[in-house]
Design a protein around this ligand. Structure first.
Ligand SMILES: [Zn+2]
Ligand SMILES: [Zn+2]
Length: 495
């Protein structure tokens, strides 16, 4: 019968190295790291926003636009100047809160890294003590096995014996890699400890922070849409942007901006136990993600559009009158929407989009275009109607809404309920919504769809680039807007 060794048999744990702490120098001297943590998100926000604004102004990627410039100008219920002003207000609040948060954080030091890695190595060593016992449960004699392995594989033998490694003296003549390190740990123990300390634990911290911020934002954001008072008092402000653009990402009611974005990110940072530099990456990273989700483009070479299915197309659905009560998840993953049944299910309605309209035109020229939403045509019928089961019953009867242009009908089933609930949200919002919003949207959709139908069928793709075809489309769209020409976000349609 095999006896597993007792704790005493394992001997002493290797000693921990001594360390000397020194203040961590600033990443970008003379700016202190804590200040840089507050500045980076603002720099990232306006830097990325200006990049997208430049693309917009120069009209470099019309084929990837979600909406026409005409829509941006006509459908939004807020001027660009007001957007900038309110974003700056939110950023001032965010910086002030961050400053207070920074004061509660200890100062950053360095010099303890080797010690911390050794602490992890000790934890690994302690965990190894379970190996002989675990192997015994499947009838393996770990100690006997280790004795046979010691001459050729001393490190493996040491692990099998529960972390008892031969002394350096007894290993003379062996390669350096099979000898214990200066700290008294096996090399593999220190390598694993290094990976845990520098890679795995930080990744876990980012995972926790992302989960916390996504959860925080989902439930509060959803509440803002499900409760009429919350929506019309606070959240409708963000939805004055029916056609989002990059720097509209943080255009919010100041209270909402504080509650959802600032507080959410701060709580995530604290719960994940991040240090200042991790905070830098997390705050700047989530800011960049939010801007990218509002950029108005489905750029194929933008990595942020592909890392998760929560991207500009996904969030754009949430800004449309038919999808406003769907796709609440932000900024990273769509986990909560999918789990709680709030993903938009009428994917084929994305035919309303500029890019898909261009796609229809390109399809005539035998050019492939990928869809904006990942929603399948069968989703609307297949998925549980919850939480929209009462939305059609509670919605204003469509023929009684005083609008001239009727929107295309979403597919039957869940999407129909989602669209009815969403439309009702717009109608209930007397100040920033109302039937005019629906009318404008329908008008733009119909105009663009008609203009695609009117466009001549081209046989050769080389003579009609995507840009040319967009220009023609844009001219028709802008031209039909009560004679308005050019000047839309700097785009000159008479060019
Ligand atoms: Zn919303
Ligand atoms: Zn938004």
């Amino acid at each position: 019968m095999l006896n597993s060794p007792t704790m005493d048999q394992f001997g002493e744990l290797p000693p921990l190295p001594s360390y000397k702490l020194a203040p961590l120098p600033s990443l970008l001297a003379p700016i202190p790291d804590k200040l840089l943590t507050l500045l980076l998100p603002i720099v990232a926000y306006w830097g990325l926003s200006m990049f997208f604004h430049w693309i917009d102004t120069k009209d470099y990627f019309p084929q990837y636009r979600l909406h026409t410039p005409a829509e941006v100008a006509k459908r939004n219920r807020v001027s660009r100047w007001e957007v900038v002003r309110d974003v700056v207000i939110q950023q001032v609040v965010q910086t002030a809160v961050g400053w207070v948060l920074g004061m509660t954080e200890p100062d950053d030091f360095f010099g303890k890294e080797e010690y911390d890695v050794a602490v992890w190595a000790r934890r690994i060593r302690i965990a190894e003590r379970a190996i002989p016992g675990l192997l015994a449960t499947i009838g393996l004699d770990a100690i006997g096995l280790a004795k046979n392995l010691t001459p050729s594989y001393p490190m493996l033998a040491g692990a099998l014996m529960g972390g008892q490694y031969p002394s350096t003296d007894s290993l003379k003549g062996l390669e350096m890699s099979s000898q214990p390190t200066a700290l008294g740990f096996a090399a593999w123990e220190l390598h694993l400890a290094w990976a845990l300390y520098w890679v795995l634990v930080p990744m876990l911290q980012f995972g926790v922070a992302i989960l916390v911020v996504d959860t925080w934002q989902y439930f509060l954001h959803r509440a803002m849409h499900m409760n009429k008072w919350l929506y019309t008092t606070f959240h409708s402000r963000h939805h004055r942007l029916y056609v989002p653009y990059a720097y509209g990402a943080l255009y919010n009611h100041p209270f909402e901006g504080f509650l959802l974005d600032t507080l959410g990110a701060s709580i995530a940072y604290k719960l994940a136990g991040m240090n200042t530099r991790q905070g830098m990456v997390f705050f700047a990273g989530s800011t960049i993600k939010t801007v990218d989700d509002h950029c108005g483009y489905a750029l194929p070479w933008d990595p942020l559009q592909h890392i998760t299915s929560n991207n500009a197309g996904y969030h754009d659905v949430h800004h449309q009158s038919w999808g406003i009560k769907t796709n609440f998840s932000q900024p990273f993953f769509t986990f909560w929407d999918r789990t709680l049944g709030t993903v938009w299910t009428g994917g084929d309605v994305s035919a309303r989009y500029e890019r898909t309209r261009l796609g229809a035109q390109k399809a005539l020229e035998k050019d492939e275009v990928s869809p904006i939403t990942s929603s399948k045509p069968t989703d609307s019928i297949d998925q549980n109607p919850k939480p929209y089961q009462n939305d059609l019953r509670d919605a204003t009867d469509l023929p009684s809404i005083p609008i001239k242009n009727r929107q295309p009908q979403p597919p039957a089933g869940k999407a129909e309920l989602q669209a009815a609930g969403s439309r009702q949200q717009i109608l209930d919002d007397k100040k920033d919504g109302g039937p005019n919003v629906l009318a404008d949207e329908s008008y733009e959709e119909k105009e663009a769809i008609n203009s695609v139908r009117r466009s001549p069928r081209k046989r050769t793709t080389s003579t009609l680039s995507a840009k040319d075809s967009f220009k023609g489309l844009r001219d028709r769209v802008t031209g039909s807007m009560h004679g308005r020409t050019g000047g839309i976000i700097g785009v000159d349609s008479s060019r």
